[in-house]
Design a protein around this ligand. Structure first.
Ligand code: ADP
Length: 139
């Protein structure tokens, strides 16, 4: 059975471009409840750990630099079938391929600076949520 929680970050580019409010509105309108949220900045080390799975990819250095370049909004979201439904709401990794009306189609500027993160499995949603939040910060 699909889980009911996923993890997201509004990435530094979308924060810099003033899209926090619009993206949170889009998330709420999509039926997701916020169960944890913080405004924070990742160190390069923390960003590197978060994206360790991509260590061998050519864009890893650029990704770590970007993700630690300014504040982010990190959040845990709740909804039935959360992981899959959130991936649908945000659209494809490359905004040029993201379906119309999705968060990435509206707010991403490139494949690297693609506005938001969304977990790709229930297992990773739990790992990523715990990476950012203590149990006492989840409601
Ligand atoms: P997603 O975030 O959609 O799950 P991936 O897990 O494949 O996508 O990649 C993680 C992140 O790495 C992407 O969200 C994006 O910021 C960055 N990224 C992925 N592919 C590229 C690429 N070809 N060039 C630059 N950055 C990329």
């Amino acid at each position: 059975m699909a889980g009911n929680r996923t993890f997201t970050m509004i990435k530094p580019g979308a924060v810099r471009n003033g899209h926090i409010g619009a993206i949170l509105q889009h998330i709420n309108a999509g039926g997701f409840k916020i169960v944890a949220m913080k405004y924070t900045q990742l160190s390069a080390q923390k960003a590197g750990e978060f994206y360790a799975v991509h260590k061998e990819r050519p864009f890893y250095g650029e990704l770590v630099e970007f993700m630690s370049s300014g504040p982010i909004v990190a959040a845990i979201l709740e909804k039935d079938n959360a992981v899959e439904d959130f991936r649908t709401l945000i659209g494809a990794t490359n905004p040029a391929e993201a379906a119309e009306g999705t968060i990435r189609a509206k707010y991403a500027t490139s494949i690297g600076e693609n506005a938001v993160h969304g977990s790709d499995s229930d297992e990773n949603a739990a790992i990523e949520g715990s990476f950012h939040f203590a149990g006492t910060e989840m409601f």
